[in-house]
Design a protein around this ligand. Structure first.
Ligand code: ZN
Length: 446
């Protein structure tokens, strides 16, 4: 058997209890979604001979005929785990160290796993040399054995590997089509075709269409982003107009998301934009978390950030979070009221949060006295004097570059960039890798 052609595997297997599904028209498309560092850790354990298998709970997330199989944690073992140790509702994954992918051995292993009625079990085995792009995957359940179609890794570059495309060595979302359009040529010259295509076709969920959000969204759609969902339940007010992109005088009183969507449609009629005018907690937004691998948040309170962090942890989404603040200094103790003569504090935070870290647990940047929470508390406690397009522009430019570097695989972990404007020193910045707290109740498995 060609070790990389898993379709061959399924054409041969016709076990008495696990008959291959013949319902090709209605077959669910399965995608395994897992953190890259988690899978790498499993491979390391196999190499060190600490374990020969890894297993863990699987969470199903359906979207039409597609089903994401989400893995949030793995345990390592040398003895074959079996389904009869768990309840019928327990879906699980078995990752086996490479064995040359001999189908007889694999089928034997699956049979010995005693998958219970009601359970879904995912079998995954990397290729020799533990290659990500040479794997065999199967989904066992409902008395059927079906192929695993896609491996989606959540990590730098968001690498994705499809089944039965064995000769594809690139870590791409799709085989790059030769873009002939002159329109994209300058970006492709700099980014390369693969990174540009990844930018163009990665579905993004945007939360917040205010001054900062509208600038971020419009910049990315203009640059070629093809599929996006825009969420904001606020209406446009007269004081929003100078800082918010894409509105006209008659738009005051209309939903921000709809006003921005209409503007973007004129810029990029080919883009597929979904506009939601409900709060972020609404079920319609919840459904969009299922579809997106990337969530870009431009919100101004920590409750909303916390909710987004929870959903990103649940569905393994990367969260790019932007926040800006313009306030008057309130004195050394914080008790002195902000007065007009006090100096302005102008700052922005841009954070790329990869699952395993969230805005609630990444702590602080080195040499920084403020945490994310402190920024939000300052906002709520007063002293904030408004918003400036200038700091929003700095934040958006930084965020887009951070995102592109992430898609190119150049940023290999959660990352925080802070910018501050001081009238004497000008722009000062600090940046660095940040890590999550393993005990975080929000972003770590419960
Ligand atoms: Zn966390």
């Amino acid at each position: 058997m060609d070790s990389t052609d898993s379709s061959c595997f399924f054409s041969i297997y016709q076990g008495p209890q696990l008959a291959m599904s013949q319902k090709k028209q209605t077959t669910t498309t399965y995608r395994l979604k897992i953190r890259e560092d988690m899978l790498t850790a499993a491979f390391a354990a196999f190499s060190n001979r600490q374990a020969t298998m890894a297993w863990g709970k699987v969470y199903r997330s359906y979207c039409g005929s597609k089903c994401d199989l989400i893995v949030r944690e793995l345990r390592f073992t040398r003895s074959l785990p079996t389904g009869d140790q768990h309840s019928p509702l327990f879906d699980w994954i078995l990752i086996h160290a490479p064995t040359g992918q001999q189908q007889g051995e694999i089928l034997n292993r699956i049979s010995q796993s005693h998958v219970r009625m009601g359970q879904l079990m995912v079998y995954f085995e990397p290729g020799n040399g533990q290659q990500f792009d040479q794997w065999v995957g199967a989904v066992i359940g409902h008395d059927e054995l079906q192929p695993l179609h896609t491996l989606q890794l959540i990590g730098p570059g968001l690498p994705r590997y499809r089944r039965a495309k064995p000769r594809t060595k690139s870590r791409t979302h799709r085989q790059p089509s030769k873009t002939t359009s002159e329109e994209w040529s300058r970006q492709i010259d700099v980014l390369g075709e693969q990174v540009f295509q990844k930018f163009r076709y990665t579905e993004v969920l945007f939360i917040g269409c205010g001054g900062l959000g509208s600038l971020m969204i419009s910049s990315m759609v203009r640059k070629g982003l093809k599929r996006a969902t825009l969420v904001d339940h606020d209406d446009l007010e007269i004081h929003n107009r100078p800082r918010t992109v894409g509105n006209q005088p008659q738009d005051v009183g209309k939903a921000k998301a709809l006003v921005l969507g209409r503007y973007l449609h004129r810029i990029r009629p080919e883009s597929l934009l979904t506009l939601i005018t409900k709060p972020v907690e609404d079920a319609s937004v919840f459904d969009r978390f299922r579809r997106a691998n990337v969530v870009i948040s431009c919100v101004d309170n920590d409750d909303c950030r916390r909710y987004i962090a929870q959903r990103c942890a649940e569905f393994l989404c990367v969260n790019l979070d932007l926040g800006t603040m313009v306030a008057r200094a309130t004195g050394p103790t914080g008790n002195v009221p902000a007065v007009a003569d006090n100096p302005l504090i102008i700052s922005a935070d841009v954070r790329l949060l990869i699952p395993g870290a969230c805005s609630a647990c990444i702590g602080t940047l080195e040499n920084s006295s403020n945490t994310t929470s402190a920024v939000a508390q300052d906002w709520q406690a007063g002293g904030r004097v408004g918003s400036l397009p200038s700091i929003n522009l700095m934040a958006v430019g930084t965020a887009i570059q951070m995102y592109l570097s992430f898609l190119a695989g150049q940023i290999n972990g959660s990352f925080w960039q802070r910018m501050s404007w001081d009238d004497e020193r000008g722009l000062t910045t600090s940046a660095g890798r940040v890590t999550g707290d393993p005990r975080c109740p929000i972003c770590r498995p419960q």
